[in-house]
Ligand binder design. Sequence first.
Ligand code: ADP
Length: 863
Amino acid sequence: MLKWLGGLFDSNEKELGRLRPRVERVHALEPEVEGLSDSGLRARTDEFKERLERGESLDDLLVEAFAVVREAARRNIGQRPFDAQVMGGIVLHQGKIAEMKTGEGKTLVATLPLYLNALTGRGCHLVTVNDYLAKRDPHWMGPIFHALGVSVASIQHETAFLYDPEYPSEDPRWDKLRPISRRQAYEADIAYGTNHEFGFDYLRDNMAVDLSQLVQRPLHYAIVDEVDNILIDEARTPLIISGQAQKAADRYYLFARLIPRLKAQQDYVIDEKMRTVNLTEEGTASVERMLEREGVLKSHNLFDPANVALTYFLESALKAHVLFKRDKDYVVKEGQVIIVDEFTGRLMFGRRYSEGLHQGIEAKERVKVQGESLTMATITLQNYFRIYGKLAGMTGTAMTEAEEFHKIYKLEVVAVPTHKPMIRTDNSDLVYKSEEAKFRAVVGEVERLHQEGSPALVGTSSIERNEELSELLKRRGIPHQILNAKQHEREADIISRAGEPGAVTVATNMAGRGVDIILGGNPEGQSEKEWQAKHDRVVELGGLHVLGTERHEARRIDNQLRGRSGRQGDPGGSRFFVSLEDDIMRRFGGDRVKSVMEWAGMSEDVPIESGLVGKVIENAQVKVEGFHFDIRKHLVDYDDVINRHREVIYGERSKILEGADLKANVLSMVGDEIRSLVAGHYSDDPAQDRDAEAFKEEVAKIFPLPPGFNEDDFADRTELETALIETAEALYDEKENEMGAENMRVLERLVMLRTIDDLWVEHLTQIENMRHGIGLQAVGQRDPLIAYKTQGHGMFQGLLDSIRYDVVHAIYRVGIAREPAPPPRAVAPPRKAAVAAVAGDKVGRNDPCPCGSGKKYKRCHGT
Ligand code: ADP
């Protein structure tokens, strides 16, 4: 690992070496661009576009385009991008991650590659961590883009804006932001928005039934701000659009009642590392016994396909009881189960665990089980961002996760040097015996800093700790602000004042990201003289002091906290306070430190400060980071399977929406269906006796057979096939003549879309259930991933077959009514897929077919 990192630093130096000549060339163009009039500067945009059309590449234009943006920024917002920022801009253009420390001005950096890439006219996205920044940043940078004739939009949760200097807004803070439609926003050259908005728009677009409903254009280039947050911290919660489905709440309550009877170790084993729980053989037997007694087991073996529906509830109940702890992973408030974010400790109102887990917890806590949601569309953020033609990211902290970015996203990390040398002092950790002693020390230190007039920023790992600390400070009469990532806008305001003399700010790790702490406080709202005096005083006292109250599991999060201080060459200091009772110390390496402490014979309130302890903690963090990486990798591996399916299905959908001629497609499906019917009928299997009547009935489910049709009139199977296909085509043309070609095209499109969408949703659910089943059985040596891939592949083939079956069986039967349009599916006969599940119940070959046709199973769906 260390060797690998060492290599990384060498290659980083080399990379920077390659970037410098271009930075210098941008520099060299400055006098020339400075001499241009405003309209002369604006005219460069058209010139660049023309040159692109004539075959020059973006790389050819980069130096000049960056020089132009630099000048536009200087003129219009009074900030001239520093060389380090130009360097960061090149890295982003190259589709890499630029690691730039907090306060280096990443907002401005992004304007350089955004402008360059927008010249293609294909739209660029800047992905922010919250709605507030998605509005603030285009508003702030808007004048640069506007001066260069490039349009920029902000996409908000329910609205969208275009930056337009002519627009007289009522809200003075957000002047120049003109409300526009979502689609218009995506037509802008540049759009700012959160990952959720971009991702959900993508999913919704893929549910649209008409081109006019689409809002996005093909995803071209994205820069992800705070990229570690989005691709690493949030990587485990996929975006889901759900509908309501009714799954019996009493099943959840039933399992919530049964599961506590199981014994840990004996009946199930927990894999702490992967956060999974598996039944042992003994456990499986106990569950089977209990379910049998309850009379709900369909077949004796729990893992028979017939019991699929039960294993779903079993899985959710097991997880809910064994892995999820009240007041740690979730809280129960007014009859609701609310998720607690594991990184920030904030309550995630309205978010629900997926796959029945939330319901499982509701049942365990004996509150009302909320309606099960049905997954209509889902994508992980990882896979959403992989769709972009080019992806780039920026953040203050990426290096510790460089391996993951590289392995999973093929994103390289380049550490861009700071504009001014970093002079913050990072002190070594202080280790206390108990948590109580630790917090006493923190409060003492905060008091000292406050009295001396230094601003202090205290980081806590959760809301709970945040509030406890606040209580302690209150008791000591120390005025302070608390921040726990609930309201981004108010938070931005608090953070911007956190650098005032004597200010004390207590924040959870993620709070106020993307907003900068200026020494002396926010210059806005105070006179320049006033601000300068405060600023100088704070600088003299050594800048902002960051106090960490616990080491996070990931070094990256600790670095983020530290990085709040020492911006742009400011003085500053940081220190972490740790106790042997902290989570990370208890779980990893605490014993070693304890023995050192005992050996040194230290008392409660005297901490030790040693390099050894720092090493132990860092090693523990590296270990935990590795675990989390594995879990995420695991998820990505699983998600790859469904992702491939999604690519195919969404690809087909967009072809349909874009008006591909489907007639040939539909007719070839009809042909395939007929061929497969004929093949089944003339089966080589001697047990499969030919039944002319049954065969005719099958065909008649697709289209009415001509009167007098008799299969014996044909010499062989090929002739029969040809005749049927000809009939099918003739009937099709007849229908088309009747309806008019245009209507027929609409009908084809509707039937295809409807069928694909319905079956896709079903497929998503089935795949999910299958994965649960596999997870539960993963006790033996079988690699569950391989089993998942194989079964997933089979299910996808099944999906394609069902689509064919449904389309073919609907197309001859449906028409277009004026209004209300009949749903095409309603008249389609039951399809094989649905029946196949029932067939798992072992229908005898001579039993009546479960599809309700009244025929023997072997003559109907049992073929
Ligand atoms: P980051 O996102 O990298 O932490 P921001 O984009 O919030 O940083 O910028 C930090 C501060 O630096 C802002 O107040 C911004 O106005 C200022 N800043 C950035 N670049 C420049 C520049 N080239 N010249 C002057 N001020 C700048």
